[in-house]
Design a protein around this ligand. Structure first.
Ligand code: NAP
Length: 485
């Protein structure tokens, strides 16, 4: 498998169909978070390489936008097949640079392929309208056209799937792209270049640049040839990029941070809730934007829930992602561990109790124990901030109103979860939660068929579902006159 993995491990930018180094020859080291050993390097590019990538994408756009939806769909289906044929190699590459277990990495690569297939199908359904005209001698047509060159900036936590949700609809719509993957996990992004080449996408349709986030970001946001920026990452960086895009009035899509509540009512199926909590909390070692950040549990079952969650979390097998049976890998870097430690320290200093875990894992490095914290209160850091680590703080509540109020007490609004067997309550709470996505009696809800995205400071736009292609299309109104009828 290693041979195949190295085939997809590209250590160069892809610009206009050529694999090239940074103009300065400078590189960035990429390390394996499980071992801290060097995996390889990628170009440390900046403004000039980014500008050339944008120009290559613009040049390719003129031909690509004229292809038929059927042709684009066919290429995307080939891309899907190529991803699935190489799922193991791509998963291994992902685990090496990101740290998650091989099983999760395989799942992520499978999800990436599923998005490609979904948008291969959606490519053929970007319908417009023929509107009844107020004039007898004119017709009103509304058509959809690709926006043009799309810039995509992606994070390290899902380096393949987050890119897939952008590149697949962009290509399906007839746009070309310039991609900037996260510096800690660039290889899963660069692999898309090799995969798109193999599938037969024309040169310049997909361009990938690695390097200085600020320099690349500035060019992507200020260059007038870029007509849309799609970003997944922190709210802090998202706000900066939105402001920079205002200068050239680009379309923007923002998939930003979350602070997901996970509410368990007294009437819930307790075992089901614990099972869901394990997935919603510890997937990717707690490093997902939809990870449960705050558990609110009703007083009647509070003690039982905490105990069961602690028992289940202690059973998780922590280890290097490539090792058989590993369920939780390391955190991405030392800063992430320090941040998690800070959450635990802050909570215990304010009266919370560590029920399980709470410390660095004996494996050392950036491994952290799956942690459950009881007696969490709203004055603690995790009420406001994203933990992004394997720590489950459990708050106690008495009434439904209190739970919904606490859940909404955040500037974020990405995902929310709750467990109840009361139908009336389910509808009340579902409607009361100010979130872009709500899972009822489920701990995992992401699927290509549904629109993924947040409200408030969690972002703008939706990825997946039939909505996912809309952001890559402009609406054109054509008034067809002079018909002589
Ligand atoms: P991040 O620090 O915001 O980085 C995300 C991407 O932005 C990286 O490629 C990074 O490049 C780049 N970047 C950073 N500063 C930039 C700048 N000034 N100009 C242009 N690009 C810049 O976020 P992260 O730590 O990688 O990811 C974790 C965050 O993403 C969490 O908040 C999580 O909730 C969020 N997230 C949201 C979703 C969603 O769908 N809503 C999904 C996944 C993750 P470098 O790597 O080179 O610094």
């Amino acid at each position: 498998m290693l041979q195949k993995t190295s085939h997809y491990m590209r250590q160069a930018n892809l610009i206009g169909g050529e694999w090239v180094q940074a103009d300065s020859g400078a590189t960035i080291n990429v390390t394996n978070p499980a071992t801290t050993l060097l995996i390889g390097t990628v170009p440390k590019s900046g403004q000039s390489e980014t500008r050339r990538a944008i120009e290559a994408a613009e040049a390719a756009f003129h031909g690509w936008k004229k292809t038929s939806a059927f042709e684009r769909s066919k290429l995307l289906r080939k891309l899907h097949d190529s991803i699935m044929d190489n799922q193991d190699a791509l998963a291994e590459l992902l685990t090496m640079e990101q740290g998650k277990s091989l099983a999760e990495a395989k799942g992520e690569v499978g999800l990436s392929a599923a998005y490609v297939l979904w948008f291969a199908e959606e490519a053929r359904r970007t319908y417009g309208d023929v509107v009844p005209s107020p004039w007898v001698d004119r017709r009103i047509l509304v058509t959809k056209e690709p926006v043009g060159v799309v810039a995509a900036v992606t994070p390290w936590n899902f380096p393949s799937a987050m890119l897939s949700r952008k590149i697949a609809p962009a290509l399906a719509a007839g746009c070309t792209a310039v991609i900037k993957p996260a510096s800690q996990t660039p290889y899963s992004g660069l692999a898309w270049g090799a995969l798109c080449e193999e599938a037969g996408f024309p040169k310049g349709v997909v361009n990938i640049v690695t390097g200085s986030a600020a320099e690349i970001g500035d060019e992507l946001c200020s260059n007038p040839l870029v007509r849309k920026l799609t970003f997944t990452g922190s709210t802090e960086v998202g706000k900066i990029l939105m402001a920079k895009c205002a200068g050239t009035v680009k379309k923007v899509s923002m998939e930003l941070g979350g602070n997901a509540p996970f509410i368990v009512f007294d009437d819930a199926d307790l075992d089901r809730a614990v099972e869901g909590a394990m997935i919603a909390k510890y997937r990717n070692s707690g490093q997902t934007c939809v990870c449960a950040n705050r558990f609110f549990v009703q007083a009647g079952i509070y003690a039982a829930f905490v105990e069961k969650l602690a028992v289940a979390s202690e059973k998780l097998k922590v280890g290097p992602g490539l090792e058989a049976g590993t369920q939780q890998g390391p955190l991405i870097d030392e800063n992430a561990v320090k941040k998690v430690e800070q959450f635990v320290r802050d909570a215990t200093s304010k009266g919370a109790k560590v029920v399980s875990g709470g410390k660095r894992h004996p494996l050392g490095g950036t491994f952290f124990q799956p942690t459950v914290i009881a007696a969490a209160t709203p004055d603690m850091m995790f009420m406001k901030e994203e933990i992004f680590g394997p720590v489950a703080p459990v708050f106690k509540f008495d009434t439904e109103e209190e739970a919904v109020r606490l859940a909404n007490e955040t500037e974020f609004g990405l995902a929310a979860y709750f467990y109840s067997s009361n139908l009336g309550r389910a509808v009340r709470v579902m409607e009361g939660l100010k979130y872009g996505m709500v899972a009822v009696n489920e701990g995992l809800m992401t699927t290509v068929e549904a629109p993924f995205g947040g409200v408030k400071e969690s972002g703008l736009g939706r990825e997946g579902g039939h909505q996912g292609i809309e952001d890559y299309l402009d609406t054109k109104y054509v008034c067809l006159g002079g018909l002589g009828i």
